[in-house]
Design a protein around this ligand. Structure first.
Ligand SMILES: Cc1cc2nc3c(=O)[nH]c(=O)nc-3n(C[C@H](O)[C@H](O)[C@H](O)COP(=O)(O)OP(=O)(O)OC[C@H]3O[C@@H](n4cnc5c(N)ncnc54)[C@H](O)[C@@H]3O)c2cc1C
Length: 519
């Protein structure tokens, strides 16, 4: 079994783990990060898309509110290309508790979370699709943040700074020497090979899997898993983040992200990090709540539903109950202090908006324990936009428009304006022919037809680039994943789209008889 060594091994390639690895690289440490899937396959790729202003937590969690307000400003400086400055509104409706807006506004002022009251007429001028029956409106500094773009940017920066990011590598065993963790046994999932990485320190940043990974060192971390479902509408009737101004509850937010508006979210306790099944009642509930704020959503087409799983710390054992009541602030467990085990810190919960701060807090602790005097530089170090990332649809259109007519690029995904060249580059850069990986990088198949027309073209390109690949170019798993998000919304126009896609693939192309990659 090959044995490698490093100073810091980070387990988990979501926003938290990548943030830790980036911070560590800037402090001069030798870093390896291992991720069992692709970038964004955990909660970081299945979230709501909100760059928090802090407004949502001023009553329930003042510390998180302040952290979000500060980090909102920091991220706008260091990763502006991943953020759309939508602004946000908090709306009270006649059915919400009448005293809440005043309490909420006072808390914003006390905590330094920027908020100003505007008239309902001004709000309706800004966002004509809002329910005209709203009673009070406040403007905040919310935004939307493209997490796929952020994760790719962080990965590029880590590599540029000399760190390593290994995708599709799973930590399966933690090896102890007395009361110190000294190495991890890792499986390369593409080849099934095992290897060992020795490290001076380990950070467990595996989000909803944090309890499972800690248990590899015989440590119990009590985590409750709260699944939240979201629905993306095929259009964007509002261009500002819309929050409901009432005590925190389900179904109280709409976030415009890219070309869609995302309704969220529910909170249901589940047993496994992979349990992202969406119940019909969740879809009905989210649509009904969304329509209270933006009535015309009733006539719009829901495009896709998905769910993410939140790890929540529940130190009191034995209770099962409402995960919404558990705190959502970041948890950093120093296992030397807590369990007498040297060399391991677990970090989970929190928010994507504060990933940088969480990483700074973790690395301060790691450096203290390793006797390293380096300080954090992430708050004042802008990240460079990766050369191939241009997610914003208008930017893609502008790029296509300047191309001269005799040099027209072939557009493979018309909904998201993804060109053949971009797919070829992404496939060459990727370590597998996984079209879902290309989707996370380029938004391939994420638009209104949900890959109905682009999947077979992209699979053809994948097959051309790697003739040894199976004839389907990974088509079926890609389509199945798209299908999963449409099934909970299978009525009306969405059902018509699904039927069209089914006929293209099963009846016209007969794709069910194509060979598929062996895992
Ligand atoms: C429904 C929902 C909506 C949310 N909306 C927002 C929002 O709008 N704004 C906001 O700021 N925050 C939001 N959050 C919170 C935010 O998404 C999370 O705080 C953040 O994404 C957590 O990132 P993470 O890196 O800690 O975990 P993850 O992104 O889950 O990353 C953990 C990674 O560890 C990997 N892993 C697990 N086990 C192993 C192993 N053995 N070996 C190697 N790798 C392993 C997993 O594959 C995974 O990729 C939301 C959360 C949920 C659930």
């Amino acid at each position: 079994m090959p044995v490698l060594s490093t100073q810091l091994l980070v387990i988990g390639g979501g926003s938290t783990g990548l943030g830790v690895a980036w911070d560590a690289c800037l402090r001069g440490l030798k870093v390896v990060l291992v991720e069992q899937g692709d970038l964004g396959q955990g909660t970081s790729g299945r979230y709501h898309g909100l760059l928090h202003s802090g407004g949502r937590y001023v009553i329930s969690d003042p510390t998180s509110a302040c952290d979000c307000a500060v980090e909102n400003r920091v991220l706008r400086q260091i990763v502006p290309h991943t953020i759309e400055d939508t602004g946000g509104l908090f709306l009270a409706t006649p059915t919400d508790p009448i005293d809440f807006p005043d309490r909420w506004f006072a808390a914003c002022q006390e905590l330094g979370v920027s908020a100003e009251e505007i008239t309902t007429a001004e709000a309706l001028r800004l966002e004509p699709a809002l329910n005209p029956r709203i009673s009070r409106v406040f403007r905040v500094q919310d935004g939307s943040l493209d997490s796929f773009d952020l994760l790719h940017t962080l990965t590029a920066e880590i590599k540029r700074a000399g760190g390593q990011v290994w995708l599709r590598h799973r930590v399966e065993k933690l090896i102890l020497n007395g009361n110190t963790i000294v190495a991890a046994e890792i499986r390369a999932l593409d080849t099934d090979e095992l290897l060992t990485i020795g490290a001076d320190f380990f950070v467990n940043a595996t989000g909803p899997w944090a309890g499972q990974v800690a248990s590899l060192a015989d440590i119990k971390v009590p985590i409750a898993l709260g699944k939240g479902s979201m629905v993306a509408m095929a259009t964007r009737p509002i261009h500002t983040v819309i929050n409901r101004c009432r005590p925190s509850s389900d179904g109280d937010i709409i976030v415009p992200v890219g070309t869609v508006a995302v309704l969220g979210t529910t909170d249901v306790e589940v047993q496994q990090p992979t349990d992202t099944t969406i119940e019909p009642w969740e879809v009905d509930f989210l649509l009904a709540q969304g329509e209270i704020l933006v009535p015309q959503l009733a006539y719009q087409r829901p495009l896709r539903a998905w769910a993410g799983v939140r790890p929540l710390y529940r130190p009191t054992t034995g209770e099962l109950g409402e995960t919404r009541e558990l705190p959502r602030s970041q948890i950093i467990l120093d296992h030397a202090d807590r369990d007498g085990l040297q060399g391991l810190i677990s970090v989970f919960s929190g928010k994507l908006t504060i990933f940088r701060l969480m990483a700074e807090q973790v690395m301060d602790l790691v450096c203290k324990q390793m006797n390293i005097a380096a300080v954090c530089h992430t708050a004042e170090t802008p990240l460079t936009m990766t050369s191939r990332s241009f997610y914003k649809l208008p930017d893609r259109l502008a790029k296509l428009e300047v191309t001269t007519s005799h040099d027209l690029p072939q557009v493979v995904c018309e909904c998201e304006l993804v060109t053949r060249l971009a797919i070829e580059e992404a496939l060459r850069f990727a370590s597998t022919l996984d079209l879902d990986e290309v989707r996370r990088e380029l938004r391939l198949g994420m638009g209104p037809c949900q890959a109905g027309f682009c999947a077979f073209r992209a699979a053809g390109i994948a097959h051309e680039l790697a003739p040894t690949a199976p004839a389907s170019g990974g088509l079926t798993p890609f389509l199945e994943e798209r299908w999963r998000g449409m099934v909970p919304l299978g009525w009306g126009h969405t059902l018509r789209q699904m039927e069209l896609t089914r006929r293209i693939y099963l009846e016209l192309l007969q794709t069910h008889s194509l060979p598929e990659p062996t895992k």
